[in-house]
Design a binder for this molecule. Structure first.
Ligand SMILES: C[S@@+](CC[C@H](N)C(=O)[O-])C[C@H]1O[C@@H](n2cnc3c(N)ncnc32)[C@H](O)[C@@H]1O
Length: 278
């Protein structure tokens, strides 16, 4: 069924390229842009997908915001995880509606929004953050995107524990992830997946060692590079600019091994899958 835009709905006003505004529609409010202003009353009653004209006669498309739009337009007080990395995190951790997730640190809540949008309506994200000021930012971002109901935010040091058991997935995005590996192991159910997000290789190596020591196998580390295409009839080619390095993603699965079986276990290099293995 077509959705008609009402007072209080979120709309992505799309002009062209990266000229786009994520707004909450209010009947008595104008949205000001460099291409003129748009009256809220002219948006209400239209369907998503229709256009509205600014006072300067420019066409703006009325689009329904996706979780990526909320992530890209969110208030940021910390480094945030990029959509290109979020996609692989979802695929490799097997996140699904109903999953229970523990997360540290919350930061601005960009990744939290993405996780909550997948696990809803029956799953839940328990997200822990050291600094109250960042929790406030994350709370605002989650509220704006309508996802706060699926998240419990708490203030604390996740290296001391998440206060959750039987989680399906643990997501770690802190500067010293190796210190949180034990807490994540305690929070996860058997075979539960962990992902650690780190910008530097020395963080990856320390985390890898902690994972093997603690009781994780199937450790894999990857970096995601995305190249946008400039599409033009007869002249399509890769864009000149691209996002370079953001983070390395390290994945593993929890097992119940004793010290001996763990030592005998996963000793191969991480992130290396030969072609023959298929
Ligand atoms: C890079 S930010 C996380 C960004 C977040 N993933 C996002 O997409 O918005 C790292 C956050 O981890 C928090 N942090 C660091 N150590 C922590 C710990 N031991 N427990 C909980 N949070 C921690 C920091 O305060 C910081 O806000």
């Amino acid at each position: 069924m077509e959705e008609v835009i009402s007072e209080g709905d979120d709309v992505l006003l799309y002009l062209s390229g990266d000229k786009r505004w994520l707004v909450k529609v209010k009947v008595d409010k104008k949205v000001h842009t460099h291409a003129g202003y748009i009256e809220g009353s002219n948006i209400i009653g239209k369907r998503y997908g229709e256009a509205v004209k600014s006072n300067l006669g420019r066409n703006f498309w009325l689009l329904k915001p996706t979780v990526e739009d909320y992530v890209l337009k969110c208030e940021r007080k910390t480094q945030v995880v990029y959509p290109k990395d979020m996609g692989l995190i979802a695929a490799k951790t097997g996140l699904t509606s109903g999953s229970i997730v523990v997360e540290a640190g919350t930061g601005s809540g960009a990744l939290t929004m993405f996780l909550a949008n997948i696990v809803k309506p029956t799953g839940h994200v328990y997200s822990m953050e050291l600094k109250e000021e960042f929790l406030d930012v994350a709370r605002r971002n989650l509220k704006r995107s309508g996802l706060l109901d699926y998240v419990t935010l708490s203030l604390g040091d996740a290296s001391q524990g998440f206060g959750v058991i039987d989680a399906d997935v643990a997501v770690i995005d802190v500067g010293d992830p190796w210190r949180l590996v034990e807490s994540a192991w305690r929070a996860l159910k058997g075979a539960g997946k962990i992902v650690s997000i780190s910008p530097t290789m020395n963080q990856v190596e320390k985390t890898y060692e902690a994972l093997l020591r603690t009781g994780f196998v199937d450790v894999e580390c990857v970096e995601v590079l995305v190249r946008s295409m400039q599409v033009k009839s007869g002249a399509t080619r890769p864009s000149t600019r691209m996002i370079g390095h953001t983070a390395y993603l390290t994945f593993a699965r929890k097992v119940f091994g004793d010290e001996k079986t763990l030592k005998e276990g996963d000793t191969e290099s991480i992130g290396v899958v030969s072609d023959e293995e298929g």
